[in-house]
Design a protein around this ligand. Structure first.
Ligand code: PMV
Length: 313
């Protein structure tokens, strides 16, 4: 029995985070510069049913049976066994590696789940189709952040730009004119579940106000979609700035993220915003290709711990 390897990219949300949890559209794109990888190999001397899991980056070296069923990696493995009706899989090793920063809005959890689901289902001789992979990864996302919209597992499974609305079939997005993004990491780990939970509390207390904010974000996503499909890249900058202002009003920005956004704009970015859950994690800046390295340097000077230049195409 050979080893099976699968990998999945990171992702970034271009427009519509948080509002997407409340049914408004959002746009997300894969970030192929970073990836999660899973390798499943047979363990010929192992007991049937035993799964040895190694994820060096999080110092995990354990048997499946020793992990809590809620552990996201254990949950992904078990979800595949249940879905395929496998009760005693051949003994195997699962090794997970990833270059996607954790808790930074780049979708590391969903990418790890997708890679595991693909590699393990292939190892078991029943490779799952994308729709099934995304569905199972969504179940695992619920363990990571409570009430996920499903955007992370979708964009990461299909590895293409998506226009996403909760509960609706996915719509791919044709990028007529490729463009460059600079992603700046504030270095502040910020679990998405906390930000999403805070927004929910605020939405309950001030429902009308939050619905208005979410409507405005949804309208920005719709306009951004048209701009991307028509190759009107210059129109995206102001839409990003407007989306960032709304995210500040929603209450998910922070002094550090605001500082990085200003630094990007001062360095010539066409627009900038926080991306993902907010509070910490990443921001993104839209950059003319020749200015991207300079914007990345300015972000680092303003406190970004890491920058990634990504091309959306
Ligand atoms: O923090 P991230 O990049 O995983 O994105 C979360 C996006 C939210 O809209 C805040 C939550 C969600 O599930 O869509």
């Amino acid at each position: 029995m050979p080893a099976f390897t699968a990998s999945a990219p990171g992702k970034i949300i271009l427009f519509g985070e948080h509002a997407v949890v409340y049914g408004r559209p959002a746009i997300a794109v894969p970030v192929v510069q970073v990836r999660a990888r899973a390798v499943v190999s047979p363990e010929p001397r192992g007991e049937p049913g035993s799964v040895h899991i190694q994820a060096p980056a999080i110092a995990l070296d354990a048997r499946l049976s020793d992990l809590s069923p809620d552990h996201p990696i254990a949950a992904a493995v078990t979800a595949v066994f249940n879905r395929l009706g496998v009760s005693r899989p051949p003994a195997c090793n699962l090794r997970i590696t990833s270059t996607i920063p954790v808790a930074a809005g780049l979708g590391s959890g969903a990418a790890v789940s997708v890679a595991i689901i693909r590699a393990l289902s292939a190892f078991l001789g029943q490779p799952l189709a994308d729709e099934e992979v995304s569905k199972l990864a969504f179940e695992i996302e619920k363990l990571h952040h409570g009430t996920p919209s499903g955007i992370d597992n979708t964009v990461i499974t299909y590895a293409m730009p998506v226009y996403f609305m909760r509960g609706q079939p996915i719509e791919s997005l044709h990028v007529s004119q490729p463009f460059s993004l600079v992603i700046g990491d504030s270095g502040i780990a910020s679990p998405t579940a906390l930000a999403v939970g805070d927004v929910r509390r605020l939405w309950r207390e001030h429902t009308r106000h939050y619905e208005t904010l979410f409507d405005a974000v949804g309208e920005i996503s719709r306009r951004a979609r048209r701009a991307i499909e028509h190759g009107e890249t210059e129109a995206l900058g102001p839409l990003m700035n407007a989306n960032h202002d709304l995210l500040r009003e929603i209450g998910v920005s922070s002094a550090e993220l605001d500082r990085l956004v200003v630094a990007a704009l001062e360095a010539g970015a066409l627009g900038a915003k926080l991306s993902g859950g907010g509070r910490g994690g990443n921001m993104i800046a839209l950059a003319a290709a020749d200015l991207a390295p300079g914007i990345a340097r300015s972000l680092e000077a303003a406190g970004a711990v890491r920058t990634i230049i990504s091309r959306v195409e």
